[in-house]
Design a protein around this ligand. Structure first.
Ligand code: NAD
Ligand code: WQD
Length: 337
């Protein structure tokens, strides 16, 4: 198949590009490079043996989208493009609604006009809001606690309405838990601009000395060691989950399906820090800081539906997440001189 990856130059998109090319698919990445660089295509080619086609463009630009569908015989779309920083979404909500909601509507209109009706959408466990029970299964009630989460929830509703309006659509909503780690080559990974919001990129920068110290946000939660528990999932496993979802919707009767992509295992902040130190032989200095507003004590997936329906489950453990993230950080440090 020829797959269009919106946001394909980004962290998860670039790992999905590798997995798709390795599985024999053609890949076209459509990205405005707001949070990525076009030269990731070189690294993807080094790993996978073929380069994705890179098209610079914005999902809010309908004409640019129409051109991509006209220029390439696209069979399916994986829609990663969007903004994803929770704090920024509180400060700049209109940017989030414009990119994530309006941008997705533009993409869906372009797909409809081009007659492309297979879509995999990057949703998030954030749509579950504060967990009412654990593990979180796909039937858990949804709510949003910040503008970013609300954009994901609105797009989920938009996709439900679209699937109900036309049974020819084949849509997968994938709810990611906490993607971390990097490709085993260390060539692609997560290197956010500015101060990282998420734990793993903060940890790698502290370990390499780019940042002085990690703040552990709260040690008085009702968890085994008092620090927050999350379902960290290796980005390469996550990428494989997209292949499984694409295969499944191709053969599916349903117009819309929803799957969690998580491991089902919860790890605390201190579990992650200690594993990182042990597998990589480096120190991660930290201090205990106040809780971060909006954080919950624990959040982890029920991964059974994905296992049963996609035949997919995460293979890589926390040690591999930590070692690959560190290998990538070391290459970034070399590249940055
Ligand atoms: P990322 O920022 O690395 O990738 C997103 C890509 O989209 C970037 O390359 C960016 O340049 C591009 N982009 C942004 N706005 C665009 C626009 N208007 N037009 C075209 N391209 C645009 O983020 P990621 O971590 O790879 O996330 C991918 C998707 O997965 C996002 O939709 C995100 O919300 C979702 N998600 C991420 C996480 C996570 O923790 N990383 C968790 C759950 C869901
Ligand atoms: C993990 C744990 C923090 C940083 C966010 C989004 C969610 C999804 C994934 C996109 C928590 C603790 C963190 C630090 C810390 N993204 N922490 N010090 O909050 O589970 O989820 O990313 O959809 O929507 O909300 O991930 O990596 O920020 O935090 O102690 O410097 O690490 O308190 O317990 P989170 P995270």
């Amino acid at each position: 198949m020829n797959i269009l990856l919106t946001g394909g130059a980004g962290y998860i998109g670039s790992h999905a590009a590798v997995a798709l090319i390795e599985a024999g698919h053609g890949v076209v990445c459509f990205d405005n490079f707001a949070n990525s660089k076009p030269d990731v295509a070189v690294q993807v080619e080094q790993i996978a043996g073929a380069a994705p086609v890179m098209v610079e463009g914005d999902i809010r630009d309908r004409a640019a989208l129409d051109r991509v569908f006209a220029d390439h015989a696209i069979d399916a779309v994986i829609h990663f493009a969007g903004l994803k920083a929770v704090g920024e979404s509180v400060a700049l909500p209109l940017d989030y609604y414009e990119s994530n909601v309006w941008g997705t509507a533009c993409l869906l209109q372009a797909m409809k006009q081009a007659g492309v009706r297979k879509l995999v959408f990057s949703s998030s466990a954030t749509v579950y809001g504060a967990p009412q029970y654990l593990p979180l299964d796909e039937a858990h009630p949804r709510s949003a606690t910040n503008p970013y989460g609300r954009t994901k929830l609105i797009v989920e509703h938009m996709l439900e309405d679209l699937a109900a309006s036309d049974p020819d659509w084949r849509i997968a909503i994938l709810r990611y838990f906490n993607p971390v780690g990097a490709h085993a080559s260390g060539l692609i990974g997560e290197d956010p601009n500015g101060l990282p919001n998420n734990l793993m990129p903060f940890v790698t920068r502290v370990a390499s000395g780019r940042l002085p110290q990690l703040s552990v946000f709260g040690d008085d939660y009702e968890t085994a060691d008092g620090t927050g528990v999350r379902d960290y999932i290796h980005v390469v496993d996550l990428a494989q989950g997209h292949l499984a979802a694409l295969d499944r919707i191709g053969a599916d009767e349903r117009a819309l399906s929803v799957w969690n992509l998580g491991t089902g295992n919860g790890h605390s902040v201190l579990d992650l820090v200690r594993t990182f130190e042990a597998v990589n032989g480096v120190a991660v200095p930290y201090k205990i800081a106040p809780r971060r507003p909006g954080d919950v004590a624990s959040c982890y997936a029920g991964p059974e539906l994905a296992r049963a329906e996609l035949g997919w489950e995460a293979q890589r453990d926390l040690a591999e997440m930590c070692s690959s993230a560190w290998a990538f950080e070391k290459l970034v440090a070399i590249r940055n001189g």
